[in-house]
Design a protein around this ligand. Structure first.
Ligand SMILES: Cc1cc2nc3c(=O)[nH]c(=O)nc-3n(C[C@H](O)[C@H](O)[C@H](O)COP(=O)(O)OP(=O)(O)OC[C@H]3O[C@@H](n4cnc5c(N)ncnc54)[C@H](O)[C@@H]3O)c2cc1C
Length: 472
Protein backbone atom coordinates (compact mmCIF):
# COMPACT_ATOMS: atom_id res chain seq x y z
CA UNK A 1 0.00 0.00 0.00
CA UNK A 2 1.88 3.05 -1.24
CA UNK A 3 -0.27 5.94 -0.03
CA UNK A 4 -1.92 6.52 3.30
CA UNK A 5 -5.72 6.32 3.19
CA UNK A 6 -6.93 9.79 4.11
CA UNK A 7 -10.67 9.22 3.74
CA UNK A 8 -12.32 9.50 7.14
CA UNK A 9 -14.70 6.77 8.13
CA UNK A 10 -18.29 8.11 8.26
CA UNK A 11 -18.47 8.10 12.05
CA UNK A 12 -14.89 8.89 13.02
CA UNK A 13 -14.88 9.59 16.76
CA UNK A 14 -12.84 12.34 18.38
CA UNK A 15 -9.61 10.47 19.17
CA UNK A 16 -8.13 13.15 21.44
CA UNK A 17 -9.34 11.61 24.75
CA UNK A 18 -7.95 8.22 23.71
CA UNK A 19 -4.62 9.79 22.73
CA UNK A 20 -4.44 11.46 26.14
CA UNK A 21 -5.07 8.28 28.08
CA UNK A 22 -2.80 5.88 26.16
CA UNK A 23 0.96 5.59 26.39
CA UNK A 24 1.04 3.93 22.96
CA UNK A 25 0.16 5.72 19.70
CA UNK A 26 -3.39 6.03 18.40
CA UNK A 27 -3.28 5.89 14.62
CA UNK A 28 -6.25 7.25 12.67
CA UNK A 29 -7.07 7.66 8.97
CA UNK A 30 -4.70 10.21 7.45
CA UNK A 31 -2.02 9.64 10.11
CA UNK A 32 1.37 8.49 8.96
CA UNK A 33 1.56 4.72 9.19
CA UNK A 34 -2.22 4.18 9.09
CA UNK A 35 -2.11 1.81 6.13
CA UNK A 36 0.74 -0.21 7.62
CA UNK A 37 -1.05 -0.33 10.99
CA UNK A 38 -4.32 -1.62 9.52
CA UNK A 39 -2.57 -4.26 7.38
CA UNK A 40 -2.48 -7.80 8.74
CA UNK A 41 -0.72 -10.97 7.59
CA UNK A 42 -3.46 -11.87 5.08
CA UNK A 43 -3.08 -9.16 2.42
CA UNK A 44 -6.56 -9.94 1.07
CA UNK A 45 -8.07 -8.23 4.14
CA UNK A 46 -8.50 -4.50 3.45
CA UNK A 47 -10.42 -2.87 6.30
CA UNK A 48 -10.48 0.74 7.48
CA UNK A 49 -10.83 1.10 11.24
CA UNK A 50 -11.58 4.48 12.83
CA UNK A 51 -8.32 4.01 14.71
CA UNK A 52 -5.68 1.56 15.77
CA UNK A 53 -4.83 1.81 19.48
CA UNK A 54 -1.34 0.38 19.73
CA UNK A 55 -1.25 -0.51 23.40
CA UNK A 56 1.98 -0.69 25.36
CA UNK A 57 0.53 -2.37 28.44
CA UNK A 58 -2.54 -3.42 30.39
CA UNK A 59 -3.50 0.16 31.30
CA UNK A 60 -3.66 1.09 27.61
CA UNK A 61 -5.89 -1.92 26.91
CA UNK A 62 -8.25 -0.94 29.74
CA UNK A 63 -8.43 2.65 28.44
CA UNK A 64 -9.06 1.46 24.87
CA UNK A 65 -11.88 -0.90 25.92
CA UNK A 66 -13.55 1.83 28.01
CA UNK A 67 -13.19 4.43 25.23
CA UNK A 68 -14.82 2.04 22.75
CA UNK A 69 -17.63 1.07 25.13
CA UNK A 70 -18.49 4.67 25.96
CA UNK A 71 -18.87 5.42 22.25
CA UNK A 72 -20.40 2.12 21.24
CA UNK A 73 -17.55 1.47 18.82
CA UNK A 74 -16.95 -1.84 17.13
CA UNK A 75 -13.88 -3.56 18.69
CA UNK A 76 -11.37 -5.84 16.98
CA UNK A 77 -8.47 -7.33 18.95
CA UNK A 78 -5.14 -7.92 17.28
CA UNK A 79 -2.59 -10.36 18.70
CA UNK A 80 -0.19 -11.59 16.03
CA UNK A 81 -2.51 -10.44 13.21
CA UNK A 82 -2.18 -13.87 11.60
CA UNK A 83 -5.74 -15.14 11.30
CA UNK A 84 -6.71 -15.90 7.71
CA UNK A 85 -10.27 -14.79 8.49
CA UNK A 86 -8.93 -11.30 9.24
CA UNK A 87 -10.87 -10.78 12.48
CA UNK A 88 -7.96 -8.80 13.96
CA UNK A 89 -9.12 -5.71 12.08
CA UNK A 90 -12.57 -4.16 11.58
CA UNK A 91 -14.13 -1.38 9.53
CA UNK A 92 -14.93 1.92 11.32
CA UNK A 93 -14.32 0.69 14.86
CA UNK A 94 -11.22 0.47 17.03
CA UNK A 95 -8.44 -2.09 16.69
CA UNK A 96 -7.00 -2.88 20.11
CA UNK A 97 -3.55 -3.71 18.81
CA UNK A 98 -1.20 -5.66 21.07
CA UNK A 99 1.62 -5.92 18.53
CA UNK A 100 3.90 -3.77 20.71
CA UNK A 101 3.38 -6.13 23.68
CA UNK A 102 5.70 -9.02 22.81
CA UNK A 103 7.71 -9.59 25.99
CA UNK A 104 8.42 -13.12 27.26
CA UNK A 105 9.63 -13.64 30.86
CA UNK A 106 10.99 -17.10 31.64
CA UNK A 107 11.15 -18.52 35.18
CA UNK A 108 13.66 -21.25 34.41
CA UNK A 109 13.58 -22.79 37.91
CA UNK A 110 9.81 -22.98 37.93
CA UNK A 111 9.71 -23.95 34.23
CA UNK A 112 7.07 -21.39 33.37
CA UNK A 113 6.90 -18.29 31.21
CA UNK A 114 4.72 -15.19 31.17
CA UNK A 115 4.07 -14.11 27.59
CA UNK A 116 2.45 -10.83 26.56
CA UNK A 117 -0.66 -10.90 24.39
CA UNK A 118 1.00 -9.57 21.22
CA UNK A 119 3.95 -12.00 21.18
CA UNK A 120 4.62 -14.32 18.26
CA UNK A 121 5.65 -17.96 18.59
CA UNK A 122 9.11 -17.06 17.30
CA UNK A 123 9.47 -14.78 20.36
CA UNK A 124 8.47 -17.58 22.75
CA UNK A 125 10.75 -20.19 21.14
CA UNK A 126 13.67 -17.74 21.12
CA UNK A 127 13.38 -16.85 24.80
CA UNK A 128 12.47 -20.25 26.21
CA UNK A 129 15.14 -22.10 24.23
CA UNK A 130 17.78 -19.88 25.83
CA UNK A 131 17.04 -22.05 28.90
CA UNK A 132 16.61 -25.32 26.97
CA UNK A 133 12.84 -25.13 27.52
CA UNK A 134 9.81 -25.04 25.23
CA UNK A 135 6.05 -25.39 25.13
CA UNK A 136 3.68 -26.47 22.37
CA UNK A 137 3.35 -23.66 19.83
CA UNK A 138 2.51 -23.27 16.16
CA UNK A 139 4.59 -24.48 13.26
CA UNK A 140 5.16 -21.00 11.79
CA UNK A 141 7.17 -18.53 13.89
CA UNK A 142 5.24 -15.41 12.89
CA UNK A 143 1.89 -16.78 14.11
CA UNK A 144 0.54 -14.94 17.17
CA UNK A 145 0.55 -16.60 20.58
CA UNK A 146 -2.81 -15.11 21.60
CA UNK A 147 -5.12 -16.20 18.79
CA UNK A 148 -3.44 -19.59 18.53
CA UNK A 149 -3.64 -20.28 22.26
CA UNK A 150 -7.23 -19.11 22.64
CA UNK A 151 -8.35 -21.53 19.90
CA UNK A 152 -6.46 -24.52 21.36
CA UNK A 153 -2.97 -24.56 19.86
CA UNK A 154 -1.64 -27.49 17.86
CA UNK A 155 1.96 -28.14 16.88
CA UNK A 156 4.85 -30.57 16.76
CA UNK A 157 5.13 -30.95 20.55
CA UNK A 158 1.45 -31.63 21.24
CA UNK A 159 1.63 -35.43 21.25
CA UNK A 160 4.29 -35.29 23.98
CA UNK A 161 3.24 -32.18 25.93
CA UNK A 162 -0.41 -31.59 25.01
CA UNK A 163 -2.06 -28.70 23.23
CA UNK A 164 -0.97 -25.15 23.93
CA UNK A 165 -4.05 -24.79 26.17
CA UNK A 166 -3.02 -27.87 28.13
CA UNK A 167 0.10 -25.90 29.07
CA UNK A 168 -1.76 -22.71 29.95
CA UNK A 169 -1.55 -22.07 33.70
CA UNK A 170 -3.06 -18.60 33.93
CA UNK A 171 -4.09 -15.58 31.91
CA UNK A 172 -4.66 -11.92 32.63
CA UNK A 173 -7.79 -10.63 30.92
CA UNK A 174 -9.31 -7.18 30.38
CA UNK A 175 -13.05 -7.80 30.32
CA UNK A 176 -15.80 -6.07 28.37
CA UNK A 177 -16.33 -3.85 31.44
CA UNK A 178 -12.71 -2.74 31.27
CA UNK A 179 -11.81 -4.64 34.47
CA UNK A 180 -8.60 -6.62 34.93
CA UNK A 181 -9.22 -10.25 35.87
CA UNK A 182 -6.82 -13.12 36.58
CA UNK A 183 -8.00 -16.49 35.29
CA UNK A 184 -6.53 -19.80 36.43
CA UNK A 185 -7.65 -23.06 37.98
CA UNK A 186 -8.12 -21.14 41.27
CA UNK A 187 -9.41 -17.75 40.09
CA UNK A 188 -12.38 -17.43 37.75
CA UNK A 189 -12.13 -21.11 36.79
CA UNK A 190 -15.14 -20.82 34.45
CA UNK A 191 -13.36 -18.11 32.47
CA UNK A 192 -10.12 -20.11 32.54
CA UNK A 193 -11.95 -23.11 31.10
CA UNK A 194 -13.47 -21.00 28.31
CA UNK A 195 -10.19 -19.31 27.38
CA UNK A 196 -8.71 -22.73 26.64
CA UNK A 197 -10.34 -23.14 23.22
CA UNK A 198 -13.19 -20.61 23.18
CA UNK A 199 -11.27 -17.99 21.16
CA UNK A 200 -11.21 -14.23 21.75
CA UNK A 201 -14.82 -14.12 22.99
CA UNK A 202 -14.26 -13.35 26.66
CA UNK A 203 -11.97 -10.32 26.82
CA UNK A 204 -8.56 -9.08 25.79
CA UNK A 205 -5.83 -11.37 27.11
CA UNK A 206 -2.87 -9.20 28.00
CA UNK A 207 -0.62 -12.04 29.15
CA UNK A 208 -0.48 -15.82 29.33
CA UNK A 209 1.44 -18.03 31.74
CA UNK A 210 2.62 -21.32 30.23
CA UNK A 211 4.22 -24.49 31.57
CA UNK A 212 7.57 -25.23 29.91
CA UNK A 213 9.38 -28.50 29.30
CA UNK A 214 13.03 -29.38 28.71
CA UNK A 215 13.73 -29.62 24.97
CA UNK A 216 16.87 -29.58 22.84
CA UNK A 217 18.19 -27.03 22.10
CA UNK A 218 19.21 -29.55 19.39
CA UNK A 219 16.40 -31.77 18.14
CA UNK A 220 16.07 -34.29 15.33
CA UNK A 221 13.74 -32.45 12.98
CA UNK A 222 12.99 -31.53 9.39
CA UNK A 223 10.99 -32.64 6.37
CA UNK A 224 11.46 -35.54 3.97
CA UNK A 225 10.11 -34.80 0.46
CA UNK A 226 8.88 -37.30 -2.12
CA UNK A 227 7.58 -36.57 -5.66
CA UNK A 228 3.87 -35.72 -5.92
CA UNK A 229 3.37 -38.88 -8.03
CA UNK A 230 4.17 -40.91 -4.90
CA UNK A 231 1.43 -39.22 -2.82
CA UNK A 232 -0.84 -42.27 -2.50
CA UNK A 233 1.99 -44.62 -1.54
CA UNK A 234 3.56 -42.16 0.87
CA UNK A 235 0.22 -41.50 2.61
CA UNK A 236 -0.44 -45.23 2.99
CA UNK A 237 3.03 -45.74 4.42
CA UNK A 238 2.51 -42.69 6.68
CA UNK A 239 -0.81 -44.09 7.97
CA UNK A 240 0.90 -47.30 9.08
CA UNK A 241 3.95 -45.45 10.36
CA UNK A 242 2.06 -43.07 12.68
CA UNK A 243 -0.01 -45.89 14.14
CA UNK A 244 3.08 -47.01 16.06
CA UNK A 245 5.16 -43.92 16.73
CA UNK A 246 6.04 -42.72 20.24
CA UNK A 247 4.45 -39.56 21.67
CA UNK A 248 7.78 -37.76 21.25
CA UNK A 249 7.39 -37.77 17.47
CA UNK A 250 5.25 -34.99 16.05
CA UNK A 251 4.56 -35.01 12.31
CA UNK A 252 2.82 -32.77 9.79
CA UNK A 253 2.24 -33.82 6.17
CA UNK A 254 2.52 -31.07 3.59
CA UNK A 255 1.29 -31.40 0.01
CA UNK A 256 2.86 -28.52 -1.83
CA UNK A 257 5.37 -27.27 -4.36
CA UNK A 258 8.83 -27.55 -2.83
CA UNK A 259 9.57 -24.06 -1.47
CA UNK A 260 12.53 -22.17 -2.92
CA UNK A 261 14.45 -22.15 0.36
CA UNK A 262 18.26 -21.79 0.40
CA UNK A 263 18.69 -25.25 2.01
CA UNK A 264 17.01 -26.91 -0.98
CA UNK A 265 18.83 -27.40 -4.34
CA UNK A 266 17.43 -25.10 -7.03
CA UNK A 267 16.48 -27.91 -9.41
CA UNK A 268 13.90 -29.05 -6.84
CA UNK A 269 12.33 -25.62 -6.30
CA UNK A 270 8.59 -25.51 -7.04
CA UNK A 271 8.37 -29.23 -7.87
CA UNK A 272 5.04 -30.72 -6.73
CA UNK A 273 5.77 -32.93 -3.74
CA UNK A 274 4.55 -34.54 -0.57
CA UNK A 275 6.56 -33.91 2.57
CA UNK A 276 6.41 -35.34 6.07
CA UNK A 277 7.89 -32.85 8.51
CA UNK A 278 9.01 -34.42 11.80
CA UNK A 279 10.18 -33.15 15.16
CA UNK A 280 11.33 -35.56 17.87
CA UNK A 281 10.90 -34.18 21.40
CA UNK A 282 13.57 -36.35 23.00
CA UNK A 283 17.12 -37.60 22.54
CA UNK A 284 18.38 -37.35 18.95
CA UNK A 285 19.48 -41.01 18.86
CA UNK A 286 16.02 -42.17 19.97
CA UNK A 287 14.56 -39.95 17.29
CA UNK A 288 16.80 -41.54 14.63
CA UNK A 289 15.30 -44.92 15.51
CA UNK A 290 11.75 -43.57 15.56
CA UNK A 291 11.92 -42.03 12.05
CA UNK A 292 13.91 -44.78 10.32
CA UNK A 293 10.97 -46.59 8.71
CA UNK A 294 9.61 -43.34 7.29
CA UNK A 295 12.79 -41.98 5.76
CA UNK A 296 13.63 -45.39 4.24
CA UNK A 297 10.33 -45.47 2.36
CA UNK A 298 10.57 -45.27 -1.46
CA UNK A 299 12.89 -42.76 -3.04
CA UNK A 300 12.74 -39.35 -1.36
CA UNK A 301 13.59 -36.33 -3.50
CA UNK A 302 15.38 -34.84 -0.52
CA UNK A 303 15.72 -35.73 3.17
CA UNK A 304 16.26 -32.69 5.42
CA UNK A 305 15.64 -34.59 8.66
CA UNK A 306 18.72 -34.01 10.81
CA UNK A 307 19.81 -32.74 14.22
CA UNK A 308 19.34 -28.97 14.29
CA UNK A 309 18.47 -26.20 16.75
CA UNK A 310 14.76 -26.33 17.60
CA UNK A 311 14.53 -22.57 17.02
CA UNK A 312 15.91 -22.92 13.48
CA UNK A 313 13.48 -25.75 12.72
CA UNK A 314 10.49 -23.82 14.05
CA UNK A 315 11.37 -20.81 11.89
CA UNK A 316 12.37 -22.91 8.88
CA UNK A 317 9.09 -22.53 6.99
CA UNK A 318 8.35 -18.90 7.90
CA UNK A 319 9.33 -17.67 4.44
CA UNK A 320 6.91 -20.02 2.67
CA UNK A 321 3.87 -18.01 3.87
CA UNK A 322 4.84 -14.37 3.69
CA UNK A 323 3.02 -11.33 5.09
CA UNK A 324 0.94 -9.53 2.52
CA UNK A 325 0.24 -12.46 0.20
CA UNK A 326 -3.45 -13.21 -0.26
CA UNK A 327 -4.85 -16.24 1.56
CA UNK A 328 -8.02 -18.29 1.81
CA UNK A 329 -8.52 -21.63 3.50
CA UNK A 330 -10.84 -24.48 4.35
CA UNK A 331 -10.37 -27.16 6.99
CA UNK A 332 -11.75 -30.49 8.13
CA UNK A 333 -11.17 -33.11 10.80
CA UNK A 334 -10.61 -36.50 9.23
CA UNK A 335 -12.13 -39.69 10.57
CA UNK A 336 -9.02 -41.61 9.52
CA UNK A 337 -6.70 -42.12 6.59
CA UNK A 338 -8.70 -44.73 4.73
CA UNK A 339 -7.68 -45.68 1.19
CA UNK A 340 -10.68 -43.68 -0.05
CA UNK A 341 -9.67 -40.54 1.89
CA UNK A 342 -6.12 -40.92 0.63
CA UNK A 343 -7.42 -41.15 -2.95
CA UNK A 344 -9.31 -37.86 -2.52
CA UNK A 345 -6.25 -36.14 -1.05
CA UNK A 346 -4.01 -37.44 -3.85
CA UNK A 347 -6.52 -36.30 -6.50
CA UNK A 348 -7.01 -32.75 -5.20
CA UNK A 349 -3.92 -31.69 -3.27
CA UNK A 350 -1.77 -30.93 -6.28
CA UNK A 351 -4.55 -29.41 -8.39
CA UNK A 352 -4.16 -25.82 -7.16
CA UNK A 353 -3.30 -23.12 -9.70
CA UNK A 354 -0.94 -21.09 -7.55
CA UNK A 355 2.48 -22.59 -6.71
CA UNK A 356 2.09 -21.04 -3.24
CA UNK A 357 -1.06 -22.98 -2.33
CA UNK A 358 -0.75 -26.17 -0.31
CA UNK A 359 -2.52 -28.57 2.02
CA UNK A 360 -1.21 -29.55 5.46
CA UNK A 361 -2.31 -32.40 7.68
CA UNK A 362 -1.60 -32.59 11.43
CA UNK A 363 -1.39 -35.86 13.37
CA UNK A 364 -2.98 -35.92 16.84
CA UNK A 365 -3.17 -38.61 19.54
CA UNK A 366 -0.70 -38.94 22.41
CA UNK A 367 -1.07 -36.40 25.22
CA UNK A 368 -3.83 -34.51 23.34
CA UNK A 369 -6.14 -37.51 23.45
CA UNK A 370 -5.44 -38.32 27.11
CA UNK A 371 -7.03 -35.11 28.43
CA UNK A 372 -10.77 -35.57 29.11
CA UNK A 373 -13.04 -34.15 26.41
CA UNK A 374 -14.62 -31.43 28.57
CA UNK A 375 -11.56 -30.47 30.62
CA UNK A 376 -11.05 -27.48 28.31
CA UNK A 377 -13.13 -25.80 25.61
CA UNK A 378 -11.03 -27.39 22.84
CA UNK A 379 -13.31 -30.02 21.33
CA UNK A 380 -11.31 -32.10 18.84
CA UNK A 381 -9.26 -34.35 21.12
CA UNK A 382 -10.32 -37.66 19.62
CA UNK A 383 -9.43 -36.66 16.06
CA UNK A 384 -6.64 -38.60 14.36
CA UNK A 385 -5.80 -35.99 11.71
CA UNK A 386 -7.01 -32.62 10.55
CA UNK A 387 -6.29 -30.99 7.24
CA UNK A 388 -6.11 -27.40 6.06
CA UNK A 389 -6.42 -26.56 2.39
CA UNK A 390 -4.63 -23.29 2.01
CA UNK A 391 -4.97 -21.14 -1.10
CA UNK A 392 -2.15 -18.56 -1.37
CA UNK A 393 -1.34 -16.14 -4.15
CA UNK A 394 0.45 -12.85 -4.73
CA UNK A 395 -1.49 -9.56 -4.40
CA UNK A 396 -0.86 -8.76 -8.09
CA UNK A 397 -2.39 -12.12 -9.04
CA UNK A 398 -5.62 -11.46 -7.16
CA UNK A 399 -7.83 -11.42 -10.27
CA UNK A 400 -6.39 -14.55 -11.82
CA UNK A 401 -5.81 -16.68 -8.74
CA UNK A 402 -8.30 -15.50 -6.13
CA UNK A 403 -11.31 -17.27 -7.58
CA UNK A 404 -9.32 -20.29 -8.80
CA UNK A 405 -7.70 -20.94 -5.40
CA UNK A 406 -10.94 -20.31 -3.53
CA UNK A 407 -12.74 -22.75 -5.81
CA UNK A 408 -9.93 -25.31 -5.40
CA UNK A 409 -10.15 -25.18 -1.61
CA UNK A 410 -13.95 -25.51 -1.64
CA UNK A 411 -13.87 -28.37 -4.17
CA UNK A 412 -11.23 -30.21 -2.14
CA UNK A 413 -13.27 -29.82 1.07
CA UNK A 414 -16.43 -30.99 -0.70
CA UNK A 415 -14.63 -34.12 -1.94
CA UNK A 416 -13.47 -34.85 1.62
CA UNK A 417 -17.04 -34.61 2.96
CA UNK A 418 -17.64 -38.40 3.22
CA UNK A 419 -14.33 -38.79 5.07
CA UNK A 420 -14.80 -36.01 7.63
CA UNK A 421 -15.57 -36.62 11.25
CA UNK A 422 -17.52 -34.07 13.31
CA UNK A 423 -15.93 -30.81 14.25
CA UNK A 424 -13.32 -28.51 12.81
CA UNK A 425 -10.46 -26.62 14.46
CA UNK A 426 -11.89 -23.17 15.18
CA UNK A 427 -8.58 -21.45 14.35
CA UNK A 428 -8.73 -22.93 10.86
CA UNK A 429 -12.09 -21.33 10.01
CA UNK A 430 -12.22 -18.59 7.38
CA UNK A 431 -14.43 -15.49 7.08
CA UNK A 432 -17.08 -17.31 5.03
CA UNK A 433 -17.44 -20.08 7.62
CA UNK A 434 -20.71 -19.16 9.30
CA UNK A 435 -22.03 -19.54 12.83
CA UNK A 436 -23.06 -23.14 12.06
CA UNK A 437 -19.42 -24.04 11.53
CA UNK A 438 -18.48 -22.34 14.81
CA UNK A 439 -21.08 -24.51 16.54
CA UNK A 440 -19.73 -27.50 14.65
CA UNK A 441 -16.23 -26.67 15.91
CA UNK A 442 -17.35 -27.07 19.52
CA UNK A 443 -20.24 -29.49 19.43
CA UNK A 444 -23.44 -28.82 21.38
CA UNK A 445 -22.22 -29.50 24.94
CA UNK A 446 -19.08 -27.35 24.85
CA UNK A 447 -20.81 -24.60 22.84
CA UNK A 448 -23.61 -24.36 25.44
CA UNK A 449 -21.12 -24.07 28.28
CA UNK A 450 -19.13 -21.43 26.37
CA UNK A 451 -22.34 -19.47 25.80
CA UNK A 452 -22.96 -19.44 29.58
CA UNK A 453 -19.47 -18.12 30.28
CA UNK A 454 -19.94 -15.55 27.51
CA UNK A 455 -23.17 -14.41 29.16
CA UNK A 456 -21.32 -13.99 32.47
CA UNK A 457 -18.31 -12.04 31.13
CA UNK A 458 -19.57 -10.38 27.94
CA UNK A 459 -23.40 -10.38 27.98
CA UNK A 460 -23.59 -7.61 25.34
CA UNK A 461 -21.30 -9.51 22.97
CA UNK A 462 -18.86 -6.61 22.83
CA UNK A 463 -16.17 -9.01 21.59
CA UNK A 464 -17.89 -10.34 18.50
CA UNK A 465 -15.22 -9.72 15.86
CA UNK A 466 -14.09 -13.32 16.15
CA UNK A 467 -15.46 -16.84 15.72
CA UNK A 468 -18.41 -15.76 17.77
CA UNK A 469 -20.06 -17.50 20.69
CA UNK A 470 -23.50 -15.96 21.28
CA UNK A 471 -24.19 -15.22 24.96
CA UNK A 472 -26.58 -17.90 26.16
C1 LIG B 1 0.38 -20.00 8.04
C2 LIG B 1 -0.37 -20.34 9.29
C3 LIG B 1 0.09 -21.33 10.12
C4 LIG B 1 -0.63 -21.68 11.26
N1 LIG B 1 -0.16 -22.68 12.04
C5 LIG B 1 -0.84 -23.03 13.14
C6 LIG B 1 -0.34 -24.05 13.99
O1 LIG B 1 0.70 -24.63 13.77
N2 LIG B 1 -1.08 -24.37 15.07
C7 LIG B 1 -2.26 -23.74 15.38
O2 LIG B 1 -2.86 -24.09 16.38
N3 LIG B 1 -2.74 -22.76 14.59
C8 LIG B 1 -2.06 -22.38 13.49
N4 LIG B 1 -2.53 -21.39 12.70
C9 LIG B 1 -3.83 -20.76 13.02
C10 LIG B 1 -3.64 -19.69 14.08
O3 LIG B 1 -3.81 -20.32 15.33
C11 LIG B 1 -4.70 -18.59 13.95
O4 LIG B 1 -4.52 -17.95 12.71
C12 LIG B 1 -4.61 -17.57 15.09
O5 LIG B 1 -5.75 -16.74 15.03
C13 LIG B 1 -3.38 -16.72 15.03
O6 LIG B 1 -3.28 -15.94 16.19
P1 LIG B 1 -2.97 -14.37 16.10
O7 LIG B 1 -2.81 -13.85 17.47
O8 LIG B 1 -1.86 -14.14 15.15
O9 LIG B 1 -4.35 -13.91 15.50
P2 LIG B 1 -5.02 -12.45 15.20
O10 LIG B 1 -5.24 -12.40 13.76
O11 LIG B 1 -4.19 -11.37 15.82
O12 LIG B 1 -6.33 -12.59 15.99
C14 LIG B 1 -7.33 -13.49 15.64
C15 LIG B 1 -8.42 -13.43 16.68
O13 LIG B 1 -7.91 -13.93 17.91
C16 LIG B 1 -8.41 -13.16 18.98
N5 LIG B 1 -7.29 -12.52 19.68
C17 LIG B 1 -6.07 -12.23 19.21
N6 LIG B 1 -5.32 -11.72 20.17
C18 LIG B 1 -6.07 -11.67 21.29
C19 LIG B 1 -5.85 -11.27 22.62
N7 LIG B 1 -4.67 -10.80 23.04
N8 LIG B 1 -6.88 -11.36 23.50
C20 LIG B 1 -8.08 -11.83 23.12
N9 LIG B 1 -8.34 -12.24 21.86
C21 LIG B 1 -7.34 -12.17 20.97
C22 LIG B 1 -9.36 -12.14 18.40
O14 LIG B 1 -10.67 -12.67 18.43
C23 LIG B 1 -8.89 -12.03 16.98
O15 LIG B 1 -9.93 -11.67 16.12
C24 LIG B 1 -1.81 -20.99 11.58
C25 LIG B 1 -2.25 -19.95 10.78
C26 LIG B 1 -1.56 -19.64 9.63
C27 LIG B 1 -2.10 -18.59 8.75
Amino acid sequence: MATETATLAPSTPDLAPLRESLHGPVIGPGDEGYDAARAIWNGAIDRHPACIARCTGVADVVAAVRFARERDLEIAVRGGGHSVAGTAVCDDGIVIDLSAMRAVWVDSAGRTAWVQGGALWGDVDHETQAYGLATTGGIIGHTGVAGLTLGGGIGFLMRKHGLTVDNLLAAEVVTAEGSIVQASADEHPDLFWALRGGGGNFGVVTSFRFALHPLGPTVLAGPVFWAADDTTDVLRCYRDFVSEIPDELGTVVKLCRIPPLPVIPEDLHRRPAIAVACCYAGAVEDGERAVRALREFGTPLIDLLSPKPYVAFQGGFDDTVLHGWHYYWKAANLAGLTDEAIAVIADHAHAANSPRSYAAMFHFGGAVARVPHDATAYAGRDVAHNIIIHGAWLPEESGEHASAETAWARRFLQALEPHRTGGVYVNFLDSDDDSNRVREAYGDGIYRRLAEVKAAYDPDNVFHHNKNIQPG
